[in-house]
Design a protein around this ligand. Structure first.
Ligand SMILES: [Fe+2]
Ligand SMILES: [Fe+2]
Length: 162
Protein backbone atom coordinates (compact mmCIF):
# COMPACT_ATOMS: atom_id res chain seq x y z
CA UNK A 1 0.00 0.00 0.00
CA UNK A 2 1.27 3.43 -0.94
CA UNK A 3 1.05 6.32 1.49
CA UNK A 4 -1.01 9.28 0.28
CA UNK A 5 2.14 11.44 0.15
CA UNK A 6 3.99 8.87 -1.96
CA UNK A 7 0.96 8.34 -4.20
CA UNK A 8 0.65 12.10 -4.83
CA UNK A 9 4.36 12.43 -5.54
CA UNK A 10 4.29 9.51 -7.99
CA UNK A 11 1.23 10.96 -9.73
CA UNK A 12 3.09 14.25 -10.13
CA UNK A 13 6.03 12.39 -11.65
CA UNK A 14 3.72 10.62 -14.14
CA UNK A 15 2.66 14.11 -15.23
CA UNK A 16 6.27 15.32 -15.50
CA UNK A 17 7.28 12.29 -17.60
CA UNK A 18 4.31 12.86 -19.92
CA UNK A 19 5.26 16.54 -20.11
CA UNK A 20 8.80 15.48 -21.08
CA UNK A 21 7.26 13.38 -23.83
CA UNK A 22 5.22 16.39 -25.00
CA UNK A 23 8.26 18.67 -24.90
CA UNK A 24 10.35 16.28 -27.00
CA UNK A 25 7.50 15.81 -29.43
CA UNK A 26 7.35 19.60 -29.87
CA UNK A 27 11.11 19.58 -30.47
CA UNK A 28 10.66 16.80 -33.02
CA UNK A 29 8.08 18.89 -34.89
CA UNK A 30 10.46 21.88 -34.78
CA UNK A 31 13.27 19.81 -36.34
CA UNK A 32 10.94 18.32 -38.92
CA UNK A 33 9.89 21.82 -40.01
CA UNK A 34 13.59 22.77 -40.23
CA UNK A 35 14.21 19.77 -42.55
CA UNK A 36 16.45 18.10 -39.99
CA UNK A 37 14.77 14.71 -40.29
CA UNK A 38 17.44 12.83 -38.32
CA UNK A 39 17.09 15.19 -35.37
CA UNK A 40 13.31 14.92 -35.67
CA UNK A 41 13.53 11.11 -35.63
CA UNK A 42 15.80 11.11 -32.57
CA UNK A 43 13.44 13.43 -30.69
CA UNK A 44 10.38 11.43 -31.62
CA UNK A 45 11.94 8.26 -30.20
CA UNK A 46 12.90 10.25 -27.12
CA UNK A 47 9.28 11.38 -26.76
CA UNK A 48 8.17 7.73 -26.92
CA UNK A 49 10.71 6.78 -24.23
CA UNK A 50 9.35 9.44 -21.91
CA UNK A 51 5.86 8.08 -22.36
CA UNK A 52 7.19 4.66 -21.39
CA UNK A 53 8.72 6.25 -18.26
CA UNK A 54 5.35 7.73 -17.34
CA UNK A 55 3.63 4.40 -17.90
CA UNK A 56 6.18 2.56 -15.74
CA UNK A 57 5.13 4.71 -12.78
CA UNK A 58 1.46 4.48 -13.80
CA UNK A 59 1.64 0.65 -13.74
CA UNK A 60 3.54 0.72 -10.46
CA UNK A 61 0.94 2.93 -8.72
CA UNK A 62 -1.80 0.51 -9.82
CA UNK A 63 0.22 -2.57 -8.80
CA UNK A 64 0.56 -1.10 -5.30
CA UNK A 65 -3.17 -0.52 -4.99
CA UNK A 66 -2.80 3.23 -5.46
CA UNK A 67 -4.96 5.56 -7.49
CA UNK A 68 -3.72 7.07 -10.75
CA UNK A 69 -4.74 10.72 -10.94
CA UNK A 70 -3.96 12.20 -14.34
CA UNK A 71 -3.52 15.96 -14.43
CA UNK A 72 -3.45 18.40 -17.35
CA UNK A 73 -0.19 18.31 -19.25
CA UNK A 74 1.46 21.71 -19.62
CA UNK A 75 1.85 22.90 -23.21
CA UNK A 76 5.48 22.99 -24.33
CA UNK A 77 6.80 25.85 -26.45
CA UNK A 78 7.05 25.33 -30.22
CA UNK A 79 10.02 27.44 -31.31
CA UNK A 80 13.73 27.40 -30.62
CA UNK A 81 16.54 29.56 -31.99
CA UNK A 82 18.74 26.67 -33.17
CA UNK A 83 19.52 22.97 -32.77
CA UNK A 84 22.08 23.89 -30.12
CA UNK A 85 19.45 25.77 -28.14
CA UNK A 86 17.15 22.75 -28.29
CA UNK A 87 19.81 20.43 -26.89
CA UNK A 88 20.81 22.96 -24.24
CA UNK A 89 17.20 22.81 -23.11
CA UNK A 90 17.11 19.00 -23.26
CA UNK A 91 20.23 18.82 -21.10
CA UNK A 92 18.87 21.32 -18.55
CA UNK A 93 15.50 19.57 -18.56
CA UNK A 94 17.04 16.16 -17.90
CA UNK A 95 19.09 17.59 -15.02
CA UNK A 96 15.86 18.96 -13.58
CA UNK A 97 14.19 15.53 -13.93
CA UNK A 98 17.17 13.92 -12.17
CA UNK A 99 16.52 16.30 -9.28
CA UNK A 100 12.86 15.24 -9.20
CA UNK A 101 13.81 11.54 -9.16
CA UNK A 102 16.28 12.18 -6.33
CA UNK A 103 13.57 13.96 -4.34
CA UNK A 104 11.26 10.96 -4.87
CA UNK A 105 14.00 8.58 -3.70
CA UNK A 106 14.50 10.69 -0.57
CA UNK A 107 10.76 10.62 0.10
CA UNK A 108 10.69 6.82 -0.30
CA UNK A 109 13.55 6.58 2.19
CA UNK A 110 11.80 8.88 4.64
CA UNK A 111 8.60 6.84 4.34
CA UNK A 112 10.55 3.56 4.63
CA UNK A 113 8.85 2.52 1.37
CA UNK A 114 11.34 -0.08 0.14
CA UNK A 115 9.32 -1.16 -2.90
CA UNK A 116 9.07 2.40 -4.24
CA UNK A 117 12.74 2.96 -3.43
CA UNK A 118 13.62 -0.13 -5.43
CA UNK A 119 11.38 0.84 -8.38
CA UNK A 120 12.99 4.29 -8.47
CA UNK A 121 16.51 2.86 -8.80
CA UNK A 122 15.72 2.13 -12.46
CA UNK A 123 15.03 5.85 -12.93
CA UNK A 124 18.22 6.81 -11.09
CA UNK A 125 20.24 4.75 -13.59
CA UNK A 126 18.16 5.94 -16.55
CA UNK A 127 18.84 9.60 -15.67
CA UNK A 128 22.60 9.00 -15.85
CA UNK A 129 22.09 7.86 -19.45
CA UNK A 130 19.64 10.66 -20.28
CA UNK A 131 22.04 13.37 -19.12
CA UNK A 132 24.98 11.69 -20.84
CA UNK A 133 23.14 11.41 -24.20
CA UNK A 134 21.91 15.01 -24.16
CA UNK A 135 25.31 16.42 -23.25
CA UNK A 136 27.13 14.26 -25.86
CA UNK A 137 24.87 15.55 -28.65
CA UNK A 138 25.23 19.13 -27.41
CA UNK A 139 29.03 18.79 -27.55
CA UNK A 140 28.84 17.48 -31.13
CA UNK A 141 26.54 20.32 -32.24
CA UNK A 142 29.06 22.82 -30.86
CA UNK A 143 31.92 20.98 -32.58
CA UNK A 144 30.37 21.07 -36.06
CA UNK A 145 28.97 24.58 -35.59
CA UNK A 146 25.38 25.30 -34.75
CA UNK A 147 24.17 26.27 -38.24
CA UNK A 148 21.76 24.17 -40.34
CA UNK A 149 24.26 23.55 -43.20
CA UNK A 150 26.88 22.16 -40.84
CA UNK A 151 24.49 19.84 -39.08
CA UNK A 152 24.02 17.56 -42.09
CA UNK A 153 26.37 14.74 -40.93
CA UNK A 154 25.06 14.90 -37.38
CA UNK A 155 21.51 14.79 -38.71
CA UNK A 156 22.39 11.58 -40.52
CA UNK A 157 23.94 10.10 -37.37
CA UNK A 158 20.91 10.92 -35.20
CA UNK A 159 18.64 9.49 -37.89
CA UNK A 160 20.23 6.06 -37.26
CA UNK A 161 18.83 5.85 -33.74
CA UNK A 162 16.88 2.64 -33.24
FE1 LIG B 1 11.96 10.30 -18.20
FE1 LIG C 1 14.32 11.83 -19.98
Amino acid sequence: MLSKTMEDALNRQINRELYSSYLYLAMSAYFKAANLDGFAHWMRLQAEEEKVHGMKIYDYVIARGGKVMLQAIEAPKAKWASAGKVFEEVYTHEQKVTGMINTLVELAMKEKDHATFEMLQWFVREQVEEEENASAILVKIRMVGDVPGHLFCLDHELGERK
